[in-house]
Design a binder for this molecule. Structure first.
Ligand code: NAD
Length: 369
């Protein structure tokens, strides 16, 4: 049967079966038949920028286990707008300096950190200290040390920490993981991937090393890195990389484009790129012994689809990835089970990205343990 015509129910069934025999796929599989919630968990959004405004807040309206109950913002005017639009009571509106006061607010169970990368640790640790679970956007932070501090703070508070890896809930990406794990086209040998866009605003925090941690690798390359990890099912053992800057005025602090290679223990090789210079790369392609499969686009919010070397297409009805990610986290909390995208998963990516930057700086291959 062509995957194009596979219903979502069949897909979930297939995934569940595959999950039983493949732990990593199991880690990616969506929960199929969730019970009706006894109560929805209250989410407070920290950072009311583009992603919160256009994706997360609208997605919260369609979740089954979550509701938007609070906001954390440094802009009183934004607070007024959100208060009216989402009916948020004054007592549930905080700023970055009084987050500790959330401790006695029972309306808020989870803080979703959607601020610039270099502020994730500060805001996650404040939320954990206030006794809240934390869902934090990718990349987890700008250093291994700060990522570890986030894990430690949430552990100390006895709260869960998840990273916003929305594609772990995306059916076409899950289908490709299934094809890789079940060796539908034989053993995976080579993975190519890339993601990028043309950066407009030269003043934004994404070009500021302290706030962004790096350039397109940290922002969008992380998706190709993730894909190489979930498609190979392995962790890279060595990386090499090269960067370029053709516009030194705009790219004073971070790379403009980067290409990196990774080698995995079984011998799988990945060749990936990320760029802020040109739009149009948004793909991965997996070459296996008897064929290939690819997604293009691979990392978008919707419209992800792909092809296989046997002529079949990879296509599923769009889902709201953010709603799926938040509902899954809420279920983990309600059922007291671990999230499939914990802080440790975010830390692994940060470690690898730091190794990729080290390789680019030194021009030498960097080994990872
Ligand atoms: P944005 O610039 O649109 O919003 C950032 C928000 O943080 C703004 O509301 C800003 O006021 C606030 N902020 C607080 N302190 C700040 C400071 N010192 N400097 C600048 N802004 C400050 O950014 P965004 O696109 O919403 O990204 C936010 C986070 O979400 C980033 O970590 C990014 O990587 C992540 N993100 C994830 C996805 C995804 O698909 N999962 C997509 C886009 C962004």
């Amino acid at each position: 049967m062509s995957t194009q015509f596979q219903s979502r129910r069949d897909f979930i069934k297939t995934s569940a079966l595959a999950a039983a025999s493949a732990p990593f796929l199991g880690a990616l599989a969506p929960r199929a038949f969730a019970a009706e919630p006894e109560r929805k968990l209250g989410f407070a959004l920290a950072g009311l920028g583009s992603l919160s405004t256009h994706q997360i807040a609208p997605a919260l309206q369609s979740t089954k286990f979550c509701k938007l109950t609070g906001i954390i913002t440094g802009h009183p005017a934004k607070a007024e707008r959100w208060k009216t639009q989402y009916n948020i009571p004054d007592k549930n509106i905080y700023n970055y300096d009084n987050m500790e006061k959330m401790a006695d607010n029972l309306d808020i169970d989870v803080v979703y950190v959607v601020t610039p990368n270099g502020l994730h640790a500060e805001h996650t640790i404040k939320a954990a200290k206030a006794g809240k679970h934390v869902l934090c956007e990718k990349p987890m932070e700008v250093s291994v040390e700060r990522s570890q501090q986030m894990i430690d703070a949430c552990k100390k508070a006895g709260k869960q920490l998840a990273i916003g890896y929305r594609l772990h809930f995306d059916p076409p990406n899950l289908e490709c993981v299934r094809l890789a794990r079940e060796k539908t086209f034989g053993a995976v040998r080579l993975i190519e991937g890339g993601y990028g866009f043309s950066m407009g605003d030269p003043t934004q925090w994404r070009l500021n090393k302290e706030l962004a941690g790096g350039g397109p690798l940290m922002d969008v390359g992380i998706y190709a890195l993730q894909a190489s990890r979930y498609l190979s099912g392995e962790e890279p053992v060595e990386v090499s990389a090269i960067t370029t800057v053709t516009d030194p005025v705009k790219f004073k602090e971070v790379e403009e484009s980067i290409v990196w290679q990774a080698k995995f223990p079984s011998g799988v090789l990945a060749q990936c790129s990320a760029t802020y210079k040109v739009s149009g790369t948004n793909f991965f392609r997996v070459h296996a012994d008897r064929g290939w499969f690819e997604l293009n686009p691979a990392y978008s919010y919707n419209g992800i689809h792909g092809r296989r070397s046997d002529g079949q297409t990879i296509q599923f009805p769009d889902i709201d990835q953010f709603a799926a990610e938040m509902d899954d986290f809420a279920q983990c909390i309600l059922e007291n089970r671990p999230t499939k995208v914990p802080g440790e998963e975010g830390l692994r990516d940060v470690k690898i990205m730091m190794a990729i930057y080290k390789a680019a700086r030194s021009g030498k291959t960097v080994e990872l343990s």
